[in-house]
Design a binder for this molecule. Structure first.
Ligand code: MF3
Ligand code: CO
Ligand code: CO
Length: 269
């Protein structure tokens, strides 16, 4: 028999306590602040490797730890996914070009709590079709978050995202999902970005997880490159992603990774 504070649901999902929300807010805010501050370093001619070095220094200077350095052999403080890269892009010496769109994904550990967030940026001028992709991806995440409250299910979240994205004639990636997190990086459940209403585990107050939809302009299929990390769209179409870490409250949700500067949805403009 587990004590009240150690409770896990039958699906293996940990139920955190009220005080744990504080730790998640501190970690989530740092990850979001780093993304706020990195925007000025994204421009044509810049390398994703340099962006990652700046992020590494920001994490150090905050006295935090990167969750990704050393994770399954990954060696960087961020994933930077450019254009048709869906996720897990590895920072490199390749230069950004005018009109490139990129997702920057940062996960930090502060006092043992994990803050995981990503958002889109653009180098130079934002192409019109990329703007639409980015806006719809962002809005799909927010529609998923709005489905979060006790009594709803994870399928309700996935359905909210999928139905919106497909109504806009774009596709939701099925090969990657959000995840439980808290005092660990990746925990149950898998948070699918597609699904049917009323299916999947029921949401309960105290669950912590990410929602991080990846949306493609073309088909949903992905493949992994020979580096064993980089995921790309099979049809080379553009892909976008936004990610928040959130907690379920008594009557809804609490977003841990809100942008302190209010830049989450507008940073790409
Ligand atoms: N931050 C990613 C996520 O949203 C995970 C990156 S793992 C890495 O879950 F090793 F690729 F960095
Ligand atoms: Co994540
Ligand atoms: Co992430």
């Amino acid at each position: 028999m587990r004590s009240k504070d150690g409770r896990t649901t039958k699906d293996g999902i940990r139920i955190y306590q009220e005080a744990d929300f504080v730790g998640m807010h501190v970690a989530g805010k740092l990850a979001a602040q780093i993304l706020d501050d990195i925007g000025q370093h994204v421009f044509p001619g810049q390398t994703t490797g340099e962006i990652d070095r700046i992020i590494t220094n920001m994490v150090d200077e905050a006295g935090a730890k990167s969750a990704t350095i050393g994770y399954k052999g990954y060696q960087h403080a961020s994933c930077i996914s450019v254009n048709h890269v869906v996720c897990h892009g590895i920072p490199s010496d390749k230069k950004l070009k005018d009109g490139d769109i990129l997702n920057i994904d940062v996960t930090v550990i502060v006092d043992g709590w994990f803050g995981d967030t990503s958002r889109m940026f653009v180098a130079g001028k934002l192409p019109r079709k990329a703007e639409r992709l980015i806006q719809i991806t962002h809005d799909s995440l927010m529609k998923g978050i709005e489905a979060v409250k006790p009594g709803n299910t994870f399928g309700d979240i996935g359905h909210a995202i999928q139905s919106y994205v497909e109504s806009q004639r774009m596709s939701v990636v099925r090969d990657f999902c959000g995840h439980g997190l808290g005092q660990v990086f990746h925990a149950p459940p898998n948070v699918l970005h597609y699904g049917r209403p009323g299916t999947g585990p029921r949401l309960e107050e105290g669950m912590f997880f990410t929602i991080e939809p990846m949306v493609n302009l073309g088909r949903a299929e992905t493949k992994i490159l020979a580096d064993e990390w980089t995921a790309v769209t099979r049809d080379k179409s553009l892909s976008a992603q936004f990610e928040h870490s959130i907690g379920v409250t008594a009557d809804g949700f609490d977003i841990f990774t809100l942008s302190p500067g209010g830049k989450f949805d507008t940073s790409f403009r």
